[in-house]
Design a protein around this ligand. Structure first.
Ligand SMILES: Cc1cc2nc3c(=O)[nH]c(=O)nc-3n(C[C@H](O)[C@H](O)[C@H](O)COP(=O)(O)O)c2cc1C
Length: 321
């Protein structure tokens, strides 16, 4: 399970940083692997509302950290946790720029009808704090969170908000923080308890990726699937991406990953070898299922479609079994 933390304050050792790290530590204690992005350290250009993404499914800005790194992290994440101070009843500009740029993911879903395979299972949490004590302090940010989590295909699973938090160190003194976090994290018990499986191929560009995506799209509420390659390539197969798009499954922003790297994130009960996988070694504690796939090398559009449909049927049978 992979949790992405967004640290929204420009103050790097302040209250939001403390709150986020406490929350992520609680997720790690349950077995999640976490990664924190300090948004103020990233180069993120603002959305200019040009609607390019509504037609092309990607932002015209291709050189900043949003394009290079962050869309991929959102897609990889099983859990997204944002932590932010209140700045004028909203998020600081740096975090707001990231939020605005997720409009690209919104466009892929709502304009281009491409579904993120992890859409049915991703969880989102908003952690907020501010210096004042007004009743409505978190209304604005939670409304933003509702639409932000929708754009990144996450369910808005929970939020925490703390008033009268002003100077660095205030958050650490907050009474009941550990219990508050534990109550939020316990909402994920079913997610952590899912059946875990890894689909492994040679380069993790095509069939193993399709299997992961189908498993997540069909049964992400009860299955946690990942895919990997023994010798991962640089990029995913564009023919595969096109064939999956025909079925409304969005493969964009995925990158082939090394088996050992993936195994540091998941302890699978089942490992499926997709076709002949040289150098594969069994994973301790996991049942190995070997799929023999005929014509796996056929990369013509028709060939990839046949592979796609074959993989879809195999995944459906595996999940039912
Ligand atoms: C530009 C700016 C705007 C702020 N606006 C608000 C606000 O609208 N409401 C509030 O309660 N606190 C406001 N604050 C106070 C911060 O939310 C508070 O100091 C918080 O603890 C900072 O968190 P950090 O340590 O993670 O940076 C503002 C602070 C700054 C610098």
């Amino acid at each position: 399970m992979f949790a992405l933390g967004l640290m929204g304050s420009p103050r790097k050792k302040g209250n939001s940083a403390y709150l986020l790290s406490a929350f992520l530590k609680a997720l790690e204690a349950k077995g999640a692997v976490t990664h924190t992005v300090v948004v103020a350290e990233k180069e993120v250009l603002p959305c200019i509302g040009c609607t390019y993404c509504e037609k092309h499914g990607r932002c015209f800005q291709q050189t900043d950290d949003m394009a290079k790194e962050m869309y991929g992290l959102f897609r990889r994440a099983d859990i997204v946790v944002a932590a932010t101070p209140m700045y004028f009843y909203s998020a600081p500009a740096q975090l707001k720029m990231v939020i605005d740029r997720t409009q690209t993911l919104w466009s892929r879903n709502y304009r281009l009808n491409l579904r993120d395979p992890r859409a049915g299972s991703r969880a989102g949490f908003m952690l907020s704090l501010g210096a004042t004590k007004g009743k409505n302090l978190f209304e604005g940010i939670n409304l933003t969170a509702r639409y932000f989590f929708d754009a990144v295909s996450a369910e808005f699973t929970g939020w925490l908000g703390y008033r009268r938090i002003e100077n660095p160190g205030d958050m650490e003194k907050q009474e009941g923080l550990a219990a508050d976090i534990a109550a939020e994290v316990s909402k994920l018990d079913a997610l952590f308890a899912r059946k875990k499986m890894v689909f492994v191929g040679t380069d993790n560009t095509c069939t193993s990726r399709m299997a992961e995506a189908f498993a997540m799209a069909m049964a992400g509420d009860r299955v946690e699937a990942m895919s990997a390659g023994m010798s991962p390539a640089e990029k995913i197969d564009p023919e595969m991406e096109a064939a999956m798009a025909e079925k409304g499954v969005d493969m964009a922003f995925g990158r082939p990953r090394l088996m050992d790297d993936v195994l540091s994130e998941i302890k699978p009960g089942i490992v499926v070898t997709v076709g002949i996988v040289p150098d594969f070694t069994p994973v301790p504690g996991a049942q190995v299922v070997a799929w023999e796939i005929p014509n796996i090398e056929d990369r013509s559009p028709e060939g990839v479609r046949r592979l796609r449909d074959d993989i879809e049927a195999r995944v459906a049978a595996l999940i039912q079994g």
